[in-house]
Write a protein that binds this ligand. Structure first.
Ligand code: IMP
Ligand code: MG
Length: 182
């Protein structure tokens, strides 16, 4: 248990998905990906930092096919969020031309970040680009995105834990909880 300075504990609301439930769904996704990509030997997982880092680490260890990984970091400013203009903070190290790419995301909300990312990646001429997200909140979707793998669909609430943050905190929680902002 972490000390409850500054109301840290108080902001952790109702637990939506506990460790067991997350593990079950991450295993399911890993099994689906392993069978869908069984013929492919050049799959690259692209983890969108920072939120998807924990999800990547878990799903990676459950995949039964050879994969490589790389990381990207993007920032979406509030002011530009509605236009979907986001800034690339860290680009890939590897060339994805003629490769199969699977983007690993923590949550798809408006879809604007992912929309930008997919367009950006497609200019590099990969063979395929698909998306695997742990959480999907379709209620607030603006950009029409084709998401191939979804862990959980969630209602319109802000969530924290298992990599997802509120002002940079709570990523370390092993479960996913509602943010208690009041
Ligand atoms: P989008 O461009 O609106 O789809 O924004 C998606 C990004 O916003 C995600 O990759 C997260 O980093 C962040 N985000 C959206 N909703 C939440 C949430 O409920 N908790 C924590 N981060 C979130
Ligand atoms: Mg993210």
């Amino acid at each position: 248990m972490i000390s409850s300075n500054n109301g840290y504990e108080r902001q952790i609301g109702k637990i939506l998905f506990n460790e067991n439930s997350i593990d079950t769904h991450v295993t399911r996704l890993a099994d689906e990906i392993s069978s869908d990509y069984i013929e492919i030997n050049d799959l690259i997982l692209i983890c969108v930092l920072k939120g998807a880092a924990i999800f990547l680490a878990d799903i990676l260890r459950k995949l039964k096919i050879p994969v490589t990984i790389d990381y990207m970091a993007i920032s979406s400013y509030e002011a530009t969020k509605s236009t979907g203009i986001v800034r690339l903070i860290k680009d890939l190290d590897v060339d994805i031309k003629d490769k199969h790419v699977l983007i690993i995301e923590d949550i798809v909300d408006t879809g604007l970040t992912l929309n930008y990312l997919i367009k950006n990646l497609k200019t590099r001429e990969p063979k395929t680009v698909e998306v695997c997200t742990l959480l999907d909140r379709p209620r607030r979707r603006i950009a029409d995105i084709n998401i191939k793998y979804v862990g959980f669909e969630i209602p319109d609430m802000f969530v924290i834990g298992y990599g997802l943050d509120y002002n940079g905190y709570y990523r370390q929680l092993p479960y996913i909880a509602e943010l208690n902002a009041t």
